[in-house]
Design a protein. Structure first.
Length: 188
């Protein structure tokens, strides 16, 4: 991390971005909006889970690290294979090891961690329908979550009560020519 509190390398405006966080944080909504504004392809990592893992989650059984490994490899390869396109990806990427596995395929990736109060996220989960991610799995995701570290290229953004479009504008303000700050203030 440099003296100005920024971590990572490269031009933030030209890096693939993974919008990460627990289920219900708004990854897909924010990721789709950001991709649309940037005229980039959007990849929802949920689409890269195999049927067996989707079924396991639908039954309320959290995935183990071993369960996630092939999926994380597919996410990393999807980013790498999108080149020269610069995608925006929605992916939980809950642990440093999971993000490292993605970076093994796509070292240039930068992360945007959507952070929110558990009660706010649980309320969101209860008011939506998801094919295989029940609200009961939120606790396991929160227990698994490892926030971005200073060594990781990215930024943490508090979703608070902000509209998705406002969150996207905060991401865009961070991006131009930026070396991504991993420990930026949560409110912008």
């Amino acid at each position: 991390m440099s003296a100005d509190g920024r971590a990572g390398a490269g031009d933030g405006a030209s890096l693939p971005i993974v919008v990460m966080g627990v289920s219900g944080a708004g990854k897909t909504t924010v990721g789709e909006l950001l991709a649309r504004e940037l005229a980039r392809p959007f990849i929802d990592a949920d689409d890269l889970h195999d049927a067996e893992m989707k079924g396991q989650m639908a039954r309320g059984i959290p995935l183990s690290d071993a369960d996630r490994e092939p999926w994380l490899d597919r996410v990393g390869r999807a980013i790498a294979e999108a080149d020269p396109a610069v995608p925006v990806i929605a992916c939980s990427a809950l642990k440093v090891a999971y993000r490292d596995r993605i970076r093994a395929h796509a070292p240039q990736v930068s992360f945007v961690e959507l952070v929110g109060a558990p009660g706010v996220i649980l309320d969101r989960l209860r008011t939506r329908t998801h094919a295989y991610m029940p609200p009961e799995l939120l606790d396991s995701q929160l227990e698994t979550l490892e926030p971005l570290t200073e060594r990781e290229a990215g930024i943490r953004i508090d979703i608070g009560g902000d509209a998705p479009a406002d969150i996207v504008q905060r991401i865009r303000a961070w991006m131009p020519g930026a070396l991504p700050p991993a420990t930026a203030p949560l409110r912008g």
